[in-house]
Design a protein around this ligand. Sequence first.
Ligand SMILES: Nc1ncnc2c1ncn2[C@@H]1O[C@H](COP(=O)(O)OP(=O)(O)OP(=O)(O)O)[C@@H](O)[C@H]1O
Ligand SMILES: [Mg+2]
Length: 434
Amino acid sequence: MTTTSALARLLKPVLPLAPEMSIADVADRLLTPEHKAFLSLPIVDAAGYPLGLVSRSALQDIFMQRFGRDLRGRHPVHEVMNPAPLIVSLDTSLEQAAKQITGQLQYPITEDFILIDAQGQYRGLGTVLDLLKAMEARIAQRNAVLRRALVDLKESQVQLVQSEKMASLGQMVAGVAHELNTPLGYVKNNVQLLRELSAPLFELAEAQAALADCLADPDCAEARLAMALDNAAKAREQAAPELLVEDLTQLFDDTLYGLQQIAELVVGLKDFARLDRAMSEEVDLNDCIRSALVIARNSIKDKAEAILQLGELPRIPCAPSQINQVLLNLLTNAAQAIEGFGQIRVKTWAEDAAVFISVQDSGRGMQAAVLARIFDPFFTTKPVGQGTGLGLSISFKIIQDHGGLIRVASEPGRGTRFLIRLPRPQAAALQRSA
Ligand SMILES: Nc1ncnc2c1ncn2[C@@H]1O[C@H](COP(=O)(O)OP(=O)(O)OP(=O)(O)O)[C@@H](O)[C@H]1O
Ligand SMILES: [Mg+2]
């Protein structure tokens, strides 16, 4: 019978002793070169079942006594054997065997372990040193696998952060496209109306030009002059410019307003999505809030009134597009938590060492069990396809990377408040040097 288990590779097919063999013969055998590596030798009965182990140290104890060899050398070896040795079955896994052996091992280590087959018959000896070496190799192998897994995990985390960024970018682009559509629609209508309303003005200008030509021409016949006069009067009546003034002014104003809104959105989008050169950009966080609100307007406007209480803030070094991503996520979360119509209150203020942003909603709030998990990656209570559950875990990481803190307080039925604290590095440095 052969086996390819890890233990089988440790097996040394040592010839076992018969229990009746003399102590002196066993001692001699232990001195032979092929047995040098062993701390003990196995004793097996006639049917091949292990009876015990006789250890080198037990024999040494005898031979070190005065006349030890003479007095006991002829005694059968079973007198000095350990009748309860370490016995491990060959089909045991390496880990299990290591556990069993280290569990039973006594210090100092004076014996090897007996390996038996499935029938319980002796197959060979194993040494603790070999077992340790095998375990070490296995652990090294596992470590390599774990290291590889860690690298993979880090890579996929980077990809996840990237894809969440793309998802929020996509969401934002859809929102902005929607926002652009409204002013675009009425700018287009206004321009069409302006075109229709101004058509009679062109006719009037033409009629008046014809009249002016006639008046300037000494050869212009009476009849032609009369007709030109008549045409000009009719065109004037048609165009009624004095009535048009008000309408046209209004239309131009509205159109300009719409174009301004479009321009604002485009600037907001540019500000929002700009690629950060470095963390050291000095930013007014109030600008980030305004730009995130422009972008989130589409998802907020039917859910809540946004109330801003923005205090004066010192500029702080940060990556604005990342901070925008955090704010957008907090604002959309807040809007999504509101049933019916509510409020989202955004407040900022500065203290000596830090600036603070608070985003508070009047939404449904959270139970403690939900609250405890919201910063976990992939934790979401939203239906499949609506939330990835990455928003807050990424926000947490972004704020942490900025040396800041994000805290949350929530009460079911009353609402939720997120508080962000970002340090003011100069202030901190100044304080330290003072
Ligand atoms: N303002 C809030 N009010 C109530 N619950 C909230 C609020 N903000 C977050 N949560 C809870 O925390 C969970 C996790 O939020 P997170 O932003 O990480 O993911 P998500 O919003 O579910 O998905 P994603 O941000 O990817 O769209 C939400 O599913 C929700 O249950
Ligand atoms: Mg979210």
